[in-house]
Design a protein around this ligand. Structure first.
Ligand SMILES: [Zn+2]
Length: 231
């Protein structure tokens, strides 16, 4: 029986290196047998397992401080309902960032769950603030965004789209959303819907769309961009 000279771990007969610290095994009395090594040289972890492991770690990292906050808040109710903000933000973050690892195949299901979570979160926030902006701003804005994203998922899933077209769609959604936001917020705050500042954002979006459309149609320009920026 051999032991590693560096860390003292017990070694297999076939070991040429210590499995723990990697020190080469030189044993003049017992040269390494010609049998296959007991452990693989490189550990291969499938991508799916890795992302699930990461999801598990993120879940734990989120869970522990949330439980602590909730318990402390339960024991000290006179300090307000501050744990509600912490817990509901964390749940929203988990649904947005970790849940896709588990249901990445079904984009519509993911969009539905994300929309419901965003609606629930803004509803809780508006209730705790005692304001009525949920129905007048959050609900129409989130549903508007969900409809646009749903159309985009359908559009992408029908056939493979080049990156300039996808960028055009994303920038288009940004422009439309900025108009919708200004419309809803001015209606709520001033009392009448206005579209004023978002025109600047829309103008920038139109500029970007012209650029992406040009990149989409001009093969040489796109090849140059690919070489230059690895897109
Ligand atoms: Zn060792």
């Amino acid at each position: 029986m051999s032991y590693c000279v560096n860390c003292g771990v017990e070694l297999e007969k076939s070991a040429r290196r210590c499995p723990l610290c990697g020190t080469p095994v030189i044993n003049p009395v017992q040269p390494p047998a010609d049998e296959p090594p007991a452990y693989p040289e490189n550990i291969f972890i499938p991508k799916k397992t890795r992302s699930r492991y990461a999801a598990f770690m993120v879940t734990m990292v989120l869970l522990i401080p949330n439980l602590v906050c909730a318990i402390i808040n339960l024991f000290y109710p006179h300090t307000g309902h501050w744990a509600v903000y912490v817990v509901s933000s964390s749940v929203l973050l988990w649904i947005f960032c970790v849940l896709p690892v588990f249901i990445k195949r079904n984009a519509y299901l993911l969009l539905g769950v994300d929309t419901a979570a965003a609606l629930l979160f803004t509803f809780i926030m508006s209730v705790f603030h005692g304001r009525d902006w949920f129905l007048r701003i959050a609900l129409p804005a989130i549903l508007g965004l969900a409809v646009m994203l749903g159309i985009m998922i359908y559009w992408i899933s029908r056939k493979k789209r080049e990156w300039p077209s996808v960028c055009t769609a994303v920038v288009g959604i940004l422009g439309l959303m900025s108009m919708l936001f200004e419309f809803l917020i001015s209606w709520y705050v001033v009392g009448r819907p206005m579209i004023q500042y978002s025109v600047i954002i829309v103008a920038s979006c139109v500029g970007l769309i012209v650029f992406f459309e040009f990149a989409g149609r001009n093969r040489r320009f796109r090849a140059w961009l690919t070489r230059r920026f690895y897109v």
